[in-house]
Write a protein that binds this ligand. Structure first.
Ligand SMILES: CC(C)(COP(=O)(O)OP(=O)(O)OC[C@H]1O[C@@H](n2cnc3c(N)ncnc32)[C@H](O)[C@@H]1OP(=O)(O)O)[C@@H](O)C(=O)NCCC(=O)NCCS
Length: 182
């Protein structure tokens, strides 16, 4: 596997087409999200961590730095999402290798934390990659930043995870994303 971290402006249209095909295959239950060359669903990442093999795009994660308000205070974090491994390669450790590369990239960015929201059944995967599940707390986030404004989701989240990078303890308090997750 050839790994790289790539800023958004350096990804060619041919690569977007390949990455869209990977996302379509990995998120087969959400086929409407990654049609054509579309390679993001709710917020556009500023960079990607990518794994390529002889067949093309094999692993992908999106990264977007942003300030979230946590307990009323601005907190810089790198939102991580669009995490995907080609279906034929899943459960062989590629996902954990991807999370290692994501951690290294966030280290290069020197952000205090990574943050993501995921489905309950993916929590063990991220925990094995060093991410920590937050105790239940209120989170407010936009469902989608790609179209017109819509009411923010306001919920008690039980599946928000953070990755300590340059800081250790994620602060207490409700999380206001002021935008969409990646
Ligand atoms: C989630 C995903 C990236 C994991 O990639 P992967 O290459 O299969 O992960 P790995 O083989 O490195 O798995 C490492 C460990 O994570 C856990 N894990 C991975 N996928 C899991 C799943 N679907 N259910 C439960 N545990 C899982 C297991 O503990 C696994 O170790 P094991 O295989 O020895 O039991 C991949 O399944 C995927 O692309 N899914 C579709 C897209 C998606 O839903 N992404 C997550 C969005 S939040």
């Amino acid at each position: 596997m050839q790994w790289s971290a790539c800023r958004e402006g350096r990804i060619s249209m041919r690569e977007h087409a390949e990455l869209a095909a990977l996302l379509r295959a990995a998120y087969a239950h959400l086929p409407q999200l990654y049609g054509g060359v579309r390679t993001w669903s709710s917020a556009r990442p500023e960079a990607r961590v990518l794994g390529w093999d002889g067949e093309g795009a094999a692993a992908h994660a999106g990264v977007l730095r942003r300030f979230l308000q946590v307990g009323g205070t601005d907190q810089l974090a790198a939102a991580v999402g669009l995490v995907a491994v080609r279906p034929g390669l899943q459960r062989q450790g590629v996902g954990l290798a991807l999370l290692d590369r994501v951690r290294a990239f966030l280290g290069e960015l020197a952000v205090p934390f990574g943050i993501l929201m995921c489905a309950e059944h993916h929590v063990p995967f991220y925990e094995r990659g060093g991410w920590r599940r937050l105790s239940p707390r209120r989170a407010l986030y936009s469902p989608d930043d790609t179209t017109e404004p819509r009411p923010f989701v306001d919920e008690i989240t039980t599946t928000t995870l953070v990755l300590p990078v340059t800081q250790e303890e994620w602060p207490d308090g409700e999380i206001r994303w002021n935008g969409a997750t990646v």
